[in-house]
Design a binder for this molecule. Sequence first.
Ligand code: PLP
Length: 359
Amino acid sequence: MRAYNFCAGPAALPTAVLEKAQAEMLNWHGKGLSIMEMSHRSKDYVAVAEKAEADLRKLMNIPENYKVLFLQGGASLQFSAIPLNLLGKNSKADYIHTGIWSEKATKEAKRYGDINVIEAGTTVDGKMAISDQSTWNLSDDAAYVHYADNETIGGIQFANIPVTDKPLVADFSSSILSAPLDVSKFGLIYAGAQKNIGPAGLTLVIVREDLLDQSKAEIPSILKYADQAKNDSMVNTPSTYAWYLSGLVFEWLLEQGGVDAIYKANMEKAELLYGYIDSSDFYANPIAKPNRSIMNVPFTLANPELEKQFLKEAEENHLLNLAGHRSVGGMRASIYNAVPLEGVQALVKFMDDFAKRNA
Ligand SMILES: *Cc1c(COP(=O)(O)O)cnc(C)c1O
């Protein structure tokens, strides 16, 4: 049987997608070979790649003046690629700090530019929250404003898109395609695929065309958005299998009813889990309600000594990968698009049973 997988990343994929990939593995569309064994420049593969982009454009309603790039190196390489691409004319940028990933992005950007860090972490009634934008010191002359929509480790998410007249650059690694999003509000959106899209090895960059001419001269061409855009993300061999499999996930999302439908399902899952945690004295979540992530739900046990036992019994109940990030401890359930409601129901049932036996 397939277990319920709450891993933060690489994360659960829809079973139907894996079955389709399995069925096509040895002999893709009767061609006598696997898609993995095909040239990325072949007519067949290019059609797969183009279909994936078209489906993503449909899902996210991406305006025509944006390029969609299918790159490698993970979100972490974008921490460098973004300043290298966008700080060539103006070396100033604002970085909003809300957790570990936005901090890592800032650390890399500082190697390339003059970075103004905005500390946006605060507490409300003892819970962690993101401060109101009116308290931020945004620069008048930044080339862009960067933030991480959803801090995967802390489980803290922006309730609103920040408002700025500068290009907004956002890390959506763990929240892309989880909820409707107005792409036109952004200069650039990026996301590693292995959370809410597909397998590791693929990174999406959605970038407004007018930002393609601001790169630093020394940028490697693999990292240069203008070169990748001109070459349909094939300056060199792309991550062909991850691109193909992500395309299957996009088809699956469209079959589910698109982003509006998956958002509804995600809210139902998140409300069920947070609702249970809030109703219990045994479990707690450290984030203020407006900033709770709908994708990554950290929680603690009243008695931390029971954590090992909790994880062991969860695994015996086919509920996998519930340990929190090594830097913060506690528990974390990642409930991405591919985790079904039944998985969250099974988790809540197990948590309740465990609490009753150990209270
Ligand atoms: C996982 C994650 C990253 C890092 O992704 P890699 O693909 O491993 O580089 C960056 N930002 C966020 C928000 C993430 O969740």
